[in-house]
Unconditional design. Structure first.
Length: 274
């Protein structure tokens, strides 16, 4: 195999093995696209009248916002509705970072540094929610204790298993997203390398690797679009679930009861309309 063709075919693979460092340009492109969509939505929405139904781009974004809002209320509870913009941005950033590889840019989420940073934010948020709802009693979950006759728990010494279980979500949520995106990028690089090796003997056409470009479309659709959308949703849902569990069992039961009451009221309202 010619050295120049081999070097060009292996270059993406070597970048991935080097840790998949995202280009600063790619991150800036993602931020610009998100900002452009937000500004466009704001401007177009302002032009609509009160009784005028939204259409096109505005309708699509309204549906997307409503979907995220419903997830926040259902999983975290009505009190967390005000932080819907955070989850809206989180899922949008991950989704766009996952699928931007279609246009030839490097996926930011293919770098462990990026996913670990987002996982760290989720983990810190989990601790904040836990201390907010459980107060200092949250620290008792990391200890072995003795229960008195009155039912109080007296901590004796640290429980290492509980400490490890508290740190595990940071690692699992980060590596899950990074591993899936990294694996997809690696498969695509090997795919192009395979066809570059196979087509090296074809005069003229071999230099352009046309076969790889033709056959790569369904693989891009699976790894970039399908897996990218699923992993963005999984990361967002896991963040909500971790924060919900951090509230404690009592708060989780209150959320479930509130959701049951809300669904009952919605059903009754729909019956009245009929």
């Amino acid at each position: 195999m010619p050295s120049n063709l081999q070097d060009s075919a292996l270059r993406p693979y070597e970048n991935l093995m080097d840790g998949g460092r995202p280009q600063i340009l790619t991150i800036l492109v993602v931020m610009v696209i998100l900002a452009t969509c937000a500004i466009t939505y704001y401007v177009k929405q302002k032009k609509y009248k009160v009784n005028e139904p939204p259409k096109g781009f505005v309708l699509l974004i309204d549906i997307y916002i409503g979907f995220i809002r419903s997830l926040v209320i259902e999983i975290l509870g009505p009190k967390f509705e005000k932080i819907t913009p955070y989850f809206l941005y989180l899922m949008s950033y991950i989704l766009l970072s996952n699928i931007i590889g279609i246009i030839g840019l490097e996926n930011p989420t293919g770098s462990l540094t990026v996913t670990l940073s987002m996982g760290l934010v989720t983990w810190i948020g989990t601790q904040v929610v836990a201390f907010k709802y459980q107060k200092l009693s949250y620290l008792k979950t990391f200890t072995f204790g003795i229960k008195t006759k009155s039912g109080k728990k007296i901590p004796v010494f640290v429980n290492p298993l509980e400490v490890i279980s508290a740190i595990t979500p940071l690692i699992s949520i980060s590596f899950r997203l990074w591993g899936n995106i990294f694996a997809g990028s690696l498969v695509m690089s090997l795919w192009f390398y395979l066809f570059a090796y196979m087509s090296q003997s074809v005069p003229f056409l071999g230099a352009f690797n046309i076969l790889a470009g033709i056959t790569a479309a369904p693989i891009h659709a699976y790894f970039d679009l399908l897996c990218g959308c699923i992993q963005a949703l999984v990361f967002t849902l896991l963040t909500m679930v971790y924060w919900t569990l951090a509230k404690g069992e009592d708060e989780v039961e209150n959320i479930e009861q509130a959701n049951v009451i809300e669904n009952k009221n919605i059903n009754e309202a729909n019956l009245k309309k009929l």
